[in-house]
Design a protein around this ligand. Structure first.
Ligand SMILES: NC(=O)c1ccc[n+]([C@@H]2O[C@H](COP(=O)([O-])OP(=O)(O)OC[C@H]3O[C@@H](n4cnc5c(N)ncnc54)[C@H](O)[C@@H]3O)[C@@H](O)[C@H]2O)c1
Length: 268
């Protein structure tokens, strides 16, 4: 299986590379710049998501795509537009033209950031983006739905909480995912025989989760890691750096408080 990973030089790509390369006969690492510390079955191919021809060259002969590339936090509109709207269109259109028919899309909890922390939400809720970034990922999920239904691409959207070796604060006790659990979801996206279009949450087996991740479990996901093992250090970190009153109410955290105006009670 020839698998392409965009955004491979970023934080998540770097963490999961050693695990993901075991899932492929060839893992093509792509980012804006070439990657030079290649090992085993990795190859590098730089491509800018905003360049449709470059994305077509990248995806030629690919069986699967792990789409991590793009703007990964809040930014000005033009930055988000180029990377996550135009870039996502080019990526999916190139995949269609090159018959790369499996995509795992790194979407985000910030698609649903304005749900309150007392609510448990599943993969069917209406998006409530907390940022231009979150809204751009909601676009990505919707564009994937179009390409799945109209063109038959098989798409797994993973609404990632926070990837890391451990959860760093109280919020992340609810939303954390370990690199190996994320890799398991990617494997499901690359191999599940009945995949058409699905949304799952990228979270480990977290007892404080705000998400009903039964759709991932239905697809065979069995997370191995549990945020609660790190509860003490996470509590310690949050007590040293407490959330502001808006951040503390919503699942999206600080993204919800940034640029907020008016009365927070308008959000049910
Ligand atoms: N880190 C997390 O915990 C987390 C949480 C939720 C979602 N995500 C999503 O997962 C993905 C990876 O996150 P990350 O933390 O590694 O982000 P990152 O910013 O570290 O990496 C993103 C990579 O995309 C590349 N990129 C940006 N614009 C590009 C373009 N026009 N063409 C080609 N490459 C481009 C960057 O060079 C960078 O290496 C992102 O899509 C992000 O939205 C991450």
């Amino acid at each position: 299986m020839r698998v392409v990973m965009t955004g491979a030089a970023g934080g998540v790509g770097t963490m999961i590379r050693p695990l993901v390369r075991r899932l492929a006969s060839e893992l093509v690492l792509s980012d804006l710049m070439e990657i030079d510390d290649l090992v085993e079955n990795e190859v590098s191919m730089a491509a800018d998501l905003t360049d449709l021809s470059a994305m077509e060259r990248l995806l030629k002969g690919a069986d699967g795509l792990i789409h991590l590339g793009g703007q990964s936090i809040e930014a000005d509109w033009d930055t988000v537009l180029q990377a996550n709207i135009i870039g996502l269109h080019n990526t999916y259109e190139a995949a269609r033209r090159q018959h790369c028919n499996r995509i795992i899309f790194a979407t985000t909890n910030h698609v649903v950031g304005y749900y309150r922390r007392q609510q448990t939400i599943d993969h069917r809720v209406t998006p409530r983006p907390d940022s231009r970034y979150g809204a751009s990922k909601a676009f990505g999920e919707a564009f994937g739905r179009l390409y799945a239904d109209k063109h038959g691409l098989r798409i797994l959207n993973v609404r990632i909480g926070n990837v890391g070796e451990k959860p760093l604060d109280i919020r992340r006790l609810a939303i954390w995912i370990s690199p190996r659990d994320l890799t398991q979801l990617i494997q499901i996206g690359l191999t599940h025989p009945d995949l058409h279009y699905e949304i799952v949450y990228g979270a480990s087996r977290n007892v404080r989760a705000w998400w009903d991740n039964s759709n991932a479990y239905r697809l065979g996901y069995k997370p191995e890691d549990e945020a609660e093992a790190y509860a003490e250090i996470a509590h310690q970190a949050s007590s040293e750096n407490p959330d502001d009153p808006i951040t503390a109410q919503f699942q999206g955290g600080t993204f919800c408080a940034d640029e907020f105006d008016g009365d927070v009670s308008r959000i049910d």
